[in-house]
Design a protein around this ligand. Sequence first.
Ligand SMILES: C[S@@+](CC[C@H](N)C(=O)[O-])C[C@H]1O[C@@H](n2cnc3c(N)ncnc32)[C@H](O)[C@@H]1O
Length: 288
Amino acid sequence: MILTHVLFVAGSLLLVGSSWGAALNSDHGLSPVQATATAAARATSTFTVTVPDDATELVVDGKSIPGDGTSRTYETQPLAPGDYRYTFTARWQPNSYTTMTRTKTISFRAGQRVAVDLTVEAPDDRVRVQYVPTPTDIADEMVKLAGVGAGDVVYEPGCGDARITIAAIRRGAERGLCIDIDPDRVAESRAKVKEAGLEHKIDVRLGDALDVQDLSAVTVVLLYMGDHFNMLIRPVLWKQLKVGARVVSHRFLMGDWTPDKTETVSSDEGGEYLLHRWNITADVKKRR
Ligand SMILES: C[S@@+](CC[C@H](N)C(=O)[O-])C[C@H]1O[C@@H](n2cnc3c(N)ncnc32)[C@H](O)[C@@H]1O
């Protein structure tokens, strides 16, 4: 993006330079033949972009490009000879509660034809999941399944109103970290934490939980986020959590990482809920 702008500014200076030249008379300016040659040297680059589904929104360097289908064609303006970098972003909804964002930056030369594949999973994919709270009694069951007790440091990515972390502290955890991407949820969490008198124990932060890469102090992760988020946080859990840590997920699995325990619990509010627990072991820590 920065380079694009540098090239744009450089291109603008060249254009300004050439109009000065034209104004200066044919001694110093480009002759009509030279001007035509310069224009002819500019070349359009064509991109064939493959996106995850028909309804994906494609954004090129911050601009939404209309279109549908899984194969899109994008043509640049005629570009002066040189190297360029454009950023391609795909935004799509694999289900009714998840929005995925995948970004790739492509280097190319003016006039080149380039294929861009945005269908392949990447570690820097980003996921946004809609807010649906876990029933309060099920939050307590998650904490029990995790075996939360004294000395535990609990992390809840996508905390909603922080009810699961509050339940964990009430069951003896030493402290908790709550992160949510939605400022309204963060405000709600802070209000609930204050109401519970737990501000000294629970830190509530605004942000994308996938940007949190240091979980070395965390002993318990409690989450209700969906398959896509789980698959992206999974390598961070394997790498960062220490042997003995536990992960409990409401409803959603972690791909081929088989849970150590799964239970179905009933809520007083009605309905049955599936909860899964994974233990971090030395073998799990070898996974990639
Ligand atoms: C299904 S709700 C779960 C809320 C809470 N954990 C519970 O079980 O009651 C998902 C929450 O994650 C938040 N969220 C979604 N994507 C996120 C992301 N990438 N990083 C942090 N929070 C996210 C949403 O704003 C929402 O509050």
